[in-house]
Design a protein around this ligand. Structure first.
Ligand SMILES: NC(=O)C1=CN([C@@H]2O[C@H](COP(=O)(O)OP(=O)(O)OC[C@H]3O[C@@H](n4cnc5c(N)ncnc54)[C@H](O)[C@@H]3O)[C@@H](O)[C@H]2O)[C@@H](O)CC1
Ligand SMILES: [K+]
Length: 551
């Protein structure tokens, strides 16, 4: 897994490297610029031949400094380079000023305004080095208009222009993936909100990716993402290793890599605990999935199927007596028990149930609340080391919309809430909607997990998982892993079942690690099946996927 560094953390790394004497700020800037040029030529080998034309947009900070390095290096290999600067050169920070001076030894700078930018011939390349991790407020409208992709229409065949962003497309907040926007200024300038769209074909970042590359608008704006090593050291840390608990101070990306190595097989084995363990089916866990009434059992059956396919030894669907026949007609390997209204739960789910899944199709009701509370009150049995896992999704969450505190009073360390945005808003209204223009999805989920005293997984193309201590993971279905067809009825029920199933076995990893792997497998199953996918296909794709992933 890779660490995602916030702007503050990145600055800390830079400072530490300089303090250790590993490199000067100027060295880092040179390596950054060089890394961008190498990435450009690797992405478009046709640009290595002949002289090409580049526009380089430089901002008032060190991102602009990188821009001057890039301009100089391209000029050195025969390019025609035109630099536009949005700053008073005298106000540039020292390293950026030094690179400005080096550029000026044989060049000039023009202002970064539409009239001068669009006046010349069509460039082959536009380099956006206006703002990087130092973005502190909305981009001024006149700069945003220059950066807007729509501006390229001023040239003939604008699609031929390659756009490269240094660290990020300027205007993107790298901590949040949001574009801070001054709506009033945008309206005054006659542009609709969001005022502009600055997208890149290639984004080159340094040392480690940042949360904003993966959250919210990040993947849409960045194009492809390349991370360049600038010699800051210490990229691989134990907390990024598969199977390890997350570092409360850091954010990691759920992906099967560690220190550049593909470790998919070991990731699966470390979380699932099953493949090399001989054992009885009860060693591999027993999942109980609660179903709703007549005609509403499909969601629970999907979750149950995913739990069984993900390796749980046994799976039981528990339904009201009225729905018994309906479920019996649909289930074979999955067991089925009816639970009467006043019947003790222990009669249908004994202490050998290691993992519960509640919510899909249960209905928003007092009955659902009662069952959730009864399950949450369960503690480890005489021979068990840990309390059973409780996965709460869909109606199990919405049933507490009026009184989330009564849910949070009972949730525990082996509980995970798996809301989509709507369900999340019902439980955490103050961490949703307008609040999220200031708060990154990661911080919102961290706060939610702290408040709820359990894990929270907030779904999306950028799924975020957090624990109450602050450990957080982003799982991103982006940069070639997009699966828009996963937005299909029942897909969320399958994810809840997957988590319940992966976490059920006695040998399995922590619930946090099970949730990370579930998010990954969910998307991989959708990628493997392809468009046309319906939720039923997801569990059925798992055996093929497990084989391919080296389990
Ligand atoms: N931190 C590191 O380890 C390294 C940083 N490097 C580069 O340095 C960048 C960070 O440099 P800085 O911290 O100087 O930050 P930036 O260059 O991203 O921007 C900071 C400057 O922009 C101004 N600014 C911010 N938002 C503005 C807005 N909306 N309108 C007008 N002005 C605005 C600030 O007042 C400040 O002058 C990185 O993104 C990267 O490109 C690289 O040179 C390599 C090493
Ligand atoms: K930039």
């Amino acid at each position: 897994m890779t660490e995602l560094l916030t702007a503050d953390q990145m600055r800390g790394f830079e400072k530490a490297a300089i303090a250790r004497g590993d490199a000067s700020g100027l060295d880092l800037m040179e390596r950054a610029g060089q890394g961008v040029v190498e990435a450009i030529l690797a992405q478009w080998p046709e640009l290595t031949k002949g002289g090409h034309r580049a526009l380089v947009f430089c901002g008032p900070g060190n991102n602009g400094g990188d821009g001057f390095v890039i301009a100089r290096l391209l000029r050195d290999v025969g390019w025609t380079v035109q630099v536009h600067l949005h700053s008073d050169p005298a106000a540039l920070p020292a390293d950026a000023k030094e690179n400005y001076d080096r550029w000026m030894q044989a060049g000039e700078v023009l202002p970064l305004v539409a009239e001068t930018v669009f006046a010349g011939a069509r460039p082959d390349l536009i380099v956006d080095a206006v703002f990087g991790i130092g973005l502190s407020r909305p981009v001024p409208v006149e700069i945003a208009q220059v950066l807007d992709v729509a501006g390229m229409k001023q040239w003939k065949s604008p699609y031929k222009i390659k756009r490269v962003a240094v660290d990020c497309p300027s205007g993107l907040d790298l901590d949040t993936g949001i574009i801070p926007t001054d709506r009033a200024a945008g309206r005054k300038a006659g542009s609709a909100w969001p005022a502009t769209l600055n997208t890149a074909n290639l984004t080159v970042t340094f040392h480690a990716p940042k949360p904003g590359h993966y959250l919210a608008l990040g993947p849409t704006l960045c194009g492809s993402l390349k991370v360049v090593d600038i010699g800051l050291g210490g990229a691989a840390r134990e907390s990024q290793m598969i199977g390890q608990s997350p570092d409360p101070q850091r954010i990691r990306l759920a992906e099967p890599f560690f220190a550049g190595r593909n470790v998919t097989g070991s990731w699966l084995r470390s979380v699932m605990g099953k493949p090399n363990l001989p054992g009885h089916k009860f060693n591999f866990g027993h999942v109980a999935v609660f179903a709703g009434g007549v005609g509403r059992g499909g969601a629970a059956r999907l979750a149950a199927r995913a739990a069984l396919r993900s390796g749980a030894g046994l799976v039981t669907v528990i339904c009201p007596p009225s729905a018994l026949i309906e479920n019996a007609c649909q289930l074979n390997a999955i067991m089925l028990r009816a639970l009467k209204k006043d019947q003790p739960l222990a009669e249908v789910a004994d202490h050998r149930v290691t993992s519960f899944c509640l919510g899909p199709g249960m209905g928003v009701s007092q009955r659902t609340r009662d069952l959730v509370q009864e399950v949450l009150a369960r503690r480890a049995g005489e021979y068990d080391l840990e309390d059973p896992v409780v996965v709460l999704d869909a109606d199990a969450l919405s049933s507490f919309a009026q009184d989330p505190q009564s849910l949070f009073a009972q949730t525990h360390a082996r509980t995970i809430l798996t809301p989509h945005e709507g369900e999340f808003e019902r439980l955490f209204p103050d961490l949703s909607g307008p609040a999220r223009s200031r708060l990154s999805k990661v911080d919102a989920v961290r706060q939610a997990a702290k408040r709820a005293g359990c894990l929270v997984l907030l779904k999306g193309a950028d799924t975020v998982i957090a624990d109450p201590q602050g450990g957080a993971t982003v799982h991103a279905a982006s940069y070639g892993r997009e699966v828009p067809w996963l937005a299909t009825a029942g897909a969320g029920d399958v994810l809840a079942g997957l988590i319940a199933g992966l976490a059920a076995s006695f040998g399995s990893g922590t619930l946090f690690c099970a949730a990370e792997l579930a998010a990954y497998l969910h998307v991989e199953a959708a990628r493997s099946f392809g468009p046309g996918l319906i939720a039923e296909d997801l569990p059925e794709e798992l055996p093929k996927l497990f084989r391919e992933l080296g389990l």
